[in-house]
Design a protein around this ligand. Sequence first.
Ligand SMILES: Cc1ncc(C[n+]2csc(CCOP(=O)(O)OP(=O)(O)O)c2C)c(N)n1
Ligand code: SF4
Length: 272
Amino acid sequence: MINYEQYLRTEKLPLIWCPGCGHGIVMKALLRAVHEAQLDKDKVCMVSGIGCSSRLTGYVDFNTLHTTHGRAIAFATGIKMARPEMHVIVITGDGDASSIGGNHLIHAARRNIDLTVVLFNNQIYGMTGGQVSPTTPYNAYASTAPYGSFENNFDIPQLVEAAGASFVARGTAYHAMPLTNYIVKAIDRKGFSLVEALSPCPTTFGRRNKQGDGVKMLQRQKDHTISQRKAESMPDSELNDKIITGIFVDIQKPECREEYQKLIDHKKGKGA
Ligand SMILES: Cc1ncc(C[n+]2csc(CCOP(=O)(O)OP(=O)(O)O)c2C)c(N)n1
Ligand code: SF4
C-alpha cells in the first residue's frame, strides 16, 4: 500500500490547483506508478515546463526541474543524454507540449529517446485564463474563441505515434487505476513513451463549455469513454463525441541514448 507522503514535499502543500481540477488525481496516479515500478527516488528526475500541470514538480520529492514554457522535453533530453541511469519523467500540459513545445515533442519521439512523458490534457491553457490550445476541440469555447474554435485539434497519441514513439497510451482522471497501469508500462518501456491523461479543468474549460463542476466533468469522462478495442469495430459516425482510451503503441526499437553510447564505445575502441 502506497504512503503518498513519502513522495511529497508536504511543506509545499496546499496545492495551487482549483477545487475539482483533475491534475491532483493524475498526480496520484503518477505517484502510484512510480511506487509500483519500484523506482529509487534518487534515480528519478521529474522535469516540467510551465502551466498548472507543470507546477507538479514543486510538490513531489524527487530530483525536479521546473523549466521554461515548452522546454521540458528539451531539458529532459539533455539530462538523459548526460545521465542515462536516471529515470527521466516529463510532466507537461497540452499547451506546453504541443504548442510552444511541439517541435521538441515530435523530435523526441522521432529520436526514440528514453523519456516518459505524462501529458496532462485539459484541452485548454489553464494557467493563463483559458486560451485555445492545439487540443481544444472544434467548436469548443475558450477566452480566445468566444464563438467556438474554428480550428481542427491535434490527437496527441496519433501525433507521437506517427513521429515514432515506442509507447503511447491515453487515459482519463476518472479511470485513475488504468491510468496508473499505463504509466507503469510507459516507465518500463525503453524508448520514448507518452501517456496522455485527460484532466478536467472546471475553471477555464468546463465553465465556458457548460460542463459543470469537477464531479460532472469526471462523470462526463466516464460516460464518453470507450476502449480502443471496442472503437476499432465502430463506424466513425459513432465515435464523434467519444474518448478512446487504451494502449495504442507498445513496441521495442533502437533507443537514442543507447545508440549514442554504442557510437562512443566504438570510437573509443578504435582510439579515435
Ligand atoms: C515563453 C512563454 N510564453 C507564454 C507563457 C505564458 N504561459 C504560461 S502557462 C501557459 C499555458 C499553459 O497551458 P498548458 O500547458 O495547457 O497547461 P495547463 O495550465 O492547462 O495545465 C502559457 C501560455 C510563458 N510562461 N512563457
Ligand atoms: S485553471 Fe484549470 S487546470 Fe488550472 S488549476 Fe484550475 S482547474 Fe486546474
